[in-house]
Each structure stands twice: as C-alpha cells, then as structure tokens.
Design a binder for this molecule. Structure first.
Ligand SMILES: [Zn+2]
Length: 233
C-alpha cells in the first residue's frame, strides 16, 4: 500500500513543479511582450510609409497648383490686357479663367486636407519612435534576465520531475492514480496534513474515530468534509 506520507512527498514535488510551471508561464508571457515590440516596429514602418506617401502627394499637388496659378495669371493678362477684343474670344477666355479658378480651389482644398493628414501622421511617427526607443531599452535589459530565468526554471524542473518519476515508480499505481485524480479535483491539493485534530486543508475538526484511523496508518483515510487523503506528521 502507498502510505499517505509517500503521497505527501509526491505532492510536495508536484507543488514545486506547479510553481515552476507558473513562473515559466509568467516569463514566457513577458517574452511575448517582446513580440509586441516587434508589432510596434511594424506599425511604425507602416506609418512612416504613409507619411512619405502624403509628403510626395503634397509635392505633386503643389506643383499642379503652381501651374494653375501661372495659367490663371496669364489668362487674366489676356483678359484685361486689351489685346483681345472680340466678344466671343473674351467669353471663351472668361470661361477658361473660371475653370482654372475652380481647379485652383479644388487643389487648395486638397492641399489643406493633405497638410493636416501629413501633420497627423508626422505626430504619430514621432510618438511611435519615442515609444519604440523606450521599449527597446527596457526590453534589452529584461530579455537577458528572462532568458536566464527560463533556462534556470527548465533545469530545476528537470531535476524535480526526475525525482518525482523515481518516487512514483516505487509507489503502487492505483494509489498514485487515486492521488492524481484527487489532486485534479481539489485544486492541486490531494493530501492534507492533520494537526491538532483539524484537517489542515479545510480546517474542519475530525471525529476522534477518524483521527484514530489516520494514526494507525493502515488504510487511506479521507477527510469526511473535503475528501482529501489525510496524513499525520
Ligand atoms: Zn478536509
């Protein structure tokens, strides 16, 4: 028969493994924050590209606006210079000048819109760059710590897992199975110490007869309240 004492030792190892696993998960979660940094880098690249596109579009539109302005000046000169006198020619000049003005207005509106989008994008880029610089510095120092601690946790885990394997191999499989089932069902604690007549897991007093059975140690006694395997130190 597997004694509660042996199962208690097994549980100590399992609890140590649980703790290592939860520390490992935490460290791995933090490592994934490094991936978030890469996400930020990607977002920065995209925003910089948008900014370049806005800037180049603005350049093009400015040249177009300048061309229209020159055209408008030339048309005004023709309209008011006195050289053109035919009413139909003047009318068509007038029409052309109106078209050019409309195009200039359109371009000005577009330029105003582009200018505000460029500024917005510029601000975003600046802010992202700053955040990246801060995160990179923090991340570089933290990353080596995390790598070290993950290596240490992994070797600790290996040692304890091998101890657990050795111990479990000496125990009766049915007992280990019962223990494992209970541990799953009882939040990781299958074996409870008895101290001053109380089950230390659920803190309920044990009937005298039950305490007696635990003391005898000839059979597995479960706490009548929480159902855990009782173990008297
Ligand atoms: Zn109990």
């Amino acid at each position: 028969m597997t004694s509660p004492k042996q199962l208690f030792s097994l549980q100590e190892l399992d609890l140590a493994l649980d703790q290592i696993d939860s520390k490992t998960a935490e460290a791995e979660k933090e490592v994934s924050l490094g991936a978030a940094l890469r996400g930020l880098e990607e977002a920065f690249r995209e925003e910089s590209q948008s900014l370049e596109e806005f800037q180049s579009l603005m350049k093009t539109r400015r040249v177009e606006a300048e061309t229209q302005r020159e055209r408008s000046t030339r048309l005004d000169g023709q309209l008011y210079g006195g050289e053109v006198t035919s009413p139909s020619a003047l009318e068509s000049l007038e029409q052309e000048a109106a078209n050019v003005r409309a195009q200039m207005e359109k371009l000005d509106l577009e330029l105003a819109e582009l200018s505000s989008r460029t500024e917005e994008s510029q601000n975003k880029c600046t802010e992202m760059e700053q955040r990246l610089a801060e995160n990179r510095t923090a991340w570089e120092s933290r990353q080596s710590e995390l790598t070290e601690s993950l290596t240490r946790l992994s070797s600790e885990r290996e040692g304890i897992a091998s101890q657990r394997g050795d111990l479990a191999a000496t125990l009766d499989p049915a007992g280990v199975q019962q223990y494992e089932k209970l541990r799953n069902a009882k939040g990781g604690l299958a074996v409870a110490k008895v101290s001053r007549g109380l089950c230390q897991a659920c803190r309920m007093a044990l009937p005298t007869q039950q305490q007696q059975k635990v003391r005898n140690g000839r059979q597995t006694v479960l706490c009548s309240t929480c159902g855990r395997i009782l173990f008297l130190t």
